[in-house]
Design a protein around this ligand. Structure first.
Ligand SMILES: [Zn+2]
Length: 101
């Protein structure tokens, strides 16, 4: 798995700064792996030992950013499912490869 760790990402013309933290992120009393702040244009990602899990979380937050940019309603469950199937598609097609360590 390649370790894709963007420092910033442009979503539909809106630049977001990425931040990686060592602890899980608490939001509304629940633990989550990532968080997007539309106001401050920041995406926070909790580092995980598994690079694939972490990249899927990045995809999840990017999907929130896309939905927000195009004013599309997308609930948490749909966002999770889409992030999972996009990740699966990338892996199946060799766009994301396993590390040869
Ligand atoms: Zn979410």
């Amino acid at each position: 798995m390649c370790r894709i760790r963007p420092v910033s990402i442009n979503i539909m013309g809106i630049p977001y700064q990425m931040e990686y933290v060592r602890e899980p992120i608490i939001q509304d009393g629940a633990t989550c792996g990532g968080q997007i702040d539309f106001w401050n244009r920041k995406i926070k990602i909790a580092e995980t030992p598994n690079a694939e899990d972490m990249f899927q979380t990045i995809l999840h937050e990017v999907l929130h950013g896309i939905a927000n940019a195009v004013h599309m309603e997308m609930d948490e469950n749909s966002t999770d499912i889409l992030a999972g199937v996009i990740m699966d598609t990338f892996c199946r097609n060799g766009w994301i490869k396993e590390d040869e360590e």
